[in-house]
Design a protein around this ligand. Structure first.
Ligand SMILES: [Zn+2]
Length: 267
């Protein structure tokens, strides 16, 4: 699933390619994509408008068309392309001879339309927690979130608490911090919390520099893979030796997602 570094990589490419372009036509092929709008409304409101900016909040992409903003969440398997693809879920055609396609095997991606002044009031966005790379991501805010019995790995995936991290980077950050994923969040010492806080930032920054992680489906806007899969230390390595201590990496399920960790050096 695209997480913060992948969505930010896409955002930058979209901004570079499409900002300033005027929408000529749009077609929705997957009605389940639409959360609070219709194909007809999207066409009425957006066609003829210029794409002013492509923004991001956590894993949401915000297409700012001036008075209205279209908000896309790629969920598990969504990805965007500027070249024609088989079975697109939508296509947005611009006057400048560019067309944006959404590909989504599992059909879980979601699209919203809101007046631009109300973007932050939209229910999925207004409920998001603090976010790495944003001013809200301070150590004091982070440690305040940890005062709960919730398992630390589940907490890191809880978008209402910390937005944008996702499964791959939560596993990697816990491994780098030597923290067991099933520890109650409040059992972390201040030092452990500091280590985790710093590692989350460091790992996301590095992944962004590598233009994301392509383990299964993620591709950049031009079809190119990210590079951070080459730096993963624990994610997707069940049964393989830990890079620190050679113990076998274990996979367990938490919040419906596979957690990978080293039972020997993550305490
Ligand atoms: Zn280990």
């Amino acid at each position: 699933m695209p997480e913060l570094p992948e969505v930010e990589t896409l955002r930058r490419a979209l901004a570079r390619e499409l900002e300033g372009c005027r929408l000529k036509a749009l077609k929705i092929y997957e009605p389940r994509l639409l959360q609070n709008t219709s194909e007809q409304e999207l066409q009425q409101v957006l066609i003829g408008s210029r794409l002013r900016a492509v923004k991001r909040r956590a894993k949401f992409l915000l297409f700012d068309f001036g008075r209205h903003t279209a908000i896309l969440h790629l969920r598990m398997t969504g990805w965007l392309a500027l070249h024609p693809i088989a079975n697109p879920r939508f296509c947005f055609e611009f006057v400048e001879n560019k067309t944006l396609y959404l590909h989504d095997t599992r059909r879980l991606a979601t699209l919203y339309l809101v007046p631009s002044t109300r973007v932050n009031k939209l229910p999925p966005l207004c409920k998001l927690g603090i976010e790495p790379f944003q001013p809200s991501y301070t150590f004091e805010n982070f440690i305040a979130l940890l005062q709960t019995d919730q398992e630390i790995k589940r907490l890191l995936l809880d978008q209402r608490k910390i937005a944008g991290i996702g499964n791959i980077y939560a596993c990697e950050a816990l491994f780098a911090s030597k923290i067991h994923p099933q520890r109650p969040a409040k059992s972390l010492s201040r030092l452990e919390a500091r280590r985790l806080f710093t590692q989350i930032d460091k790992i996301l920054m590095r992944a962004l520099a590598e233009q994301g992680t392509s383990v299964r489906t993620y591709r950049g806007l031009m079809g190119e893979p990210g590079g951070f899969q080459n730096f993963l230390k624990v994610y997707d390595r069940a049964g393989k030796p830990c890079v620190r201590c050679r113990a076998k990496i274990v996979r367990i399920m938490q919040s419906g997602r596979g957690t990978y960790f080293c039972p020997h050096c993550q305490k």
